[in-house]
Write a protein that binds this ligand. Structure first.
Ligand SMILES: Cc1cc2nc3c(=O)[nH]c(=O)nc-3n(C[C@H](O)[C@H](O)[C@H](O)COP(=O)(O)OP(=O)(O)OC[C@H]3O[C@@H](n4cnc5c(N)ncnc54)[C@H](O)[C@@H]3O)c2cc1C
Length: 507
């Protein structure tokens, strides 16, 4: 072993979790190597160029960035605010239901006013919704970070964190059913459930509350120029502190000695097949999907990790229609940045989960119109948009190449037709159209089942029950949407921050 192939930390994967973990450890003076299989860092937090358009792979909006957002400290520590510009989006979302629509502001006070004006008889339920989700977010932000303090305070948790403890096992659906009987109101309050999960009746209420109250506390933001700017900055933060970011290389094995993780084997994704390299480190941090991490381990350690994750279910995936337009779409009369369209036949919260598996001519979707903000994604006079709906890999597997291409075309046509009925003329303004399916998500990120939020945020896989950053294999840590606290930009960034904190304790 030479100094050249010995590190304090090796990070497998350069999604937001891996980049944040690497940047934190590099800042703390650790020697870091991050290995990423793709040609750019970021995982889902990337962009790609088509003609004159910069296409955003994933990001519609990041929650928070207000004083109650723990991510603020992370961004301050890593110099993100000095290099990356966040553009506040004009509203939280517009919801289109069968026969009605409403724009929900991104500030709790204004949202309560708008909703109460529309549903005056539901004023108490509306207030309760905001009180509970805001209270949960507040309590989460006050949780102790040191494990010893958590253990010490455990007996008095119900007094210190009553909302969190009382709602720990609850789902969004059950909570909304108790808060109001009005079906339309429930569909409005849970309209963006797809930002977190595919069924309100199995979505953890505390997880939903932390993120949703973040949007109502600090608004939604987009990264000017695309989420790649954030990922590039974090990669640069590693390099600037002497760390290395090795792109176009895939980790093919985690090396262990006496049951402990001691390094990784990797190979080029472009070079000669079979040519591998080994590096050694005091800790290994996995940003790659946890089920994949198990497959990278030798048999003995693989069985230990598999036992820990047996029975956990992964989150949904997504279908994305990336669109480049010959004009700013706001010129066609579209007024909102995020428009959420509930699917055909959705009249109750209980209809949502089934609808997220319906035909694309009926399935609910969200349309992000980046022309509503100074996104920096298209030249003057043009714009970029995306239609996203939740999806599942089972819908796309076992298709031959021709069938697969045909199905992609059919899905895009069905969704674009529906968008054109809402925004007449939009179809004729399309200059570029490309479809990403759950298979695409899996191919580019190696996330099992093309999952976009790691393990699903059900009550039994959320909060203190979620897979923690410390793995059962000594010196192996997790830092991704799959571990605590979970998916989304915020979840993955905090997962990276916590993963590095745990790993730092072992250094
Ligand atoms: C269409 C879509 C829309 C979304 N919209 C939003 C949104 O508006 N707001 C929001 O907050 N979140 C959104 N998300 C979710 C969010 O993007 C993800 O939850 C988050 O980015 C996951 O980050 P991660 O750190 O877990 O890593 P990932 O992004 O999953 O990246 C993992 C990385 O590891 C690399 N890797 C895997 N295996 C190996 C290996 N063996 N060797 C080397 N490298 C490896 C992969 O190439 C990848 O770069 C969206 C996601 C999608 C797909």
């Amino acid at each position: 072993m030479t100094d050249a192939n010995r590190y304090d930390a090796v990070v497998i994967g350069g999604g937001l979790g891996g980049l944040t973990a690497g940047a934190r450890l590099a800042k703390e003076g650790r020697r870091v190597l991050l290995v990423e299989q793709h040609s750019v860092p970021g995982g889902y937090a990337t962009t790609f160029r088509r003609k004159q358009f910069t296409m955003e792979v994933a990001l519609h909006e990041i929650d928070g960035l207000d004083g109650g957002d723990p991510k603020r400290k992370v961004f301050e520590e890593l110099g993100v605010f000095d290099a990356v510009e966040f553009v506040r989006v004009p509203e939280f979302y517009r919801v289109v239901l069968e026969g009605s629509e409403i724009v929900v502001p991104d500030d709790a006070r204004r949202a309560i006013a708008v909703l109460t004006e529309r549903f005056p008889e539901e004023a108490a339920g509306i207030k309760k919704f905001f009180r509970v989700i805001g209270g949960i977010r507040d309590e989460i932000s006050r949780l102790p970070s040191a494990p010893w303090l958590t253990r010490l305070l455990l007996p008095v948790f119900p007094f210190l964190y009553p909302r969190l403890v009382f709602n720990a096992g609850k789902t969004l659906g059950n909570f909304l059913d108790r808060a109001t009987k009005n079906r339309e109101l429930k569909l409005i309050l849970a309209a963006n459930v797809g930002y977190y999960h595919d069924d309100p009746y199995s979505l953890s209420l505390p997880f939903f509350s932390a993120a949703q109250a973040g949007f109502f506390g600090g608004g939604g933001h987009y990264v000017k120029g695309g989420s790649q700017k954030l990922s590039d900055h974090l990669a640069e933060a590693i390099r600037a502190r002497g760390g290395e970011v090795l792109l176009k290389h895939r980790v093919s094995a985690i090396l262990t000695q006496h049951g402990k993780a001691v390094g990784v084997r990797y190979e080029s994704t472009r070079g000669k097949a079979g040519e591998t390299h080994e590096v050694f480190a005091r800790v290994v941090i996995a940003n790659a999907a946890v089920p994949q991490v198990a497959s990278l381990l030798p048999d003995r350690e693989r069985l230990i990790l598999e036992k820990e994750i047996r029975g956990l279910s992964e989150s949904c995936s997504a279908l994305c229609v990336y669109l480049g337009f010959d004009r700013p779409i706001k010129e066609l009369g579209n007024r909102c940045y995020s428009t959420i369209v509930h699917g055909e036949g959705v009249r109750d919260l209980a209809d949502l989960a089934g609808n997220f598996r319906a035909d694309y001519s009926k399935r609910g979707f969200v349309f992000a119109d980046y022309s509503q903000i100074d996104s920096g994604l298209a030249p003057e006079g043009k714009s970029v948009g995306a239609i996203v709906c939740l999806d599942h890999i089972s819908n796309w597997e076992k298709l031959g190449e021709r069938e697969y291409e045909e199905k992609k075309g059919e899905a895009a046509r069905a969704l674009i037709e529906r968008l054109d009925r809402m925004i007449p003329g939009i179809k004729g303004s399309i200059e570029h159209c490309e479809v990403g399916t759950p298979r695409t998500m899996r191919r580019y990120t190696s996330n099992s089942a093309g999952a976009i939020y790691g393990y699903a945020q059900t009550p039994r896989q959320s909060g203190h029950k979620r897979l923690q950053s410390k793995s059962p294999i000594p010196n192996l840590f997790f830092a991704s949407a799959w571990s605590n606290p979970g998916g989304g930009f915020t979840g993955a960034i905090l997962g990276g921050w916590f993963g590095a904190r745990e790993a730092g304790r072992a250094l």
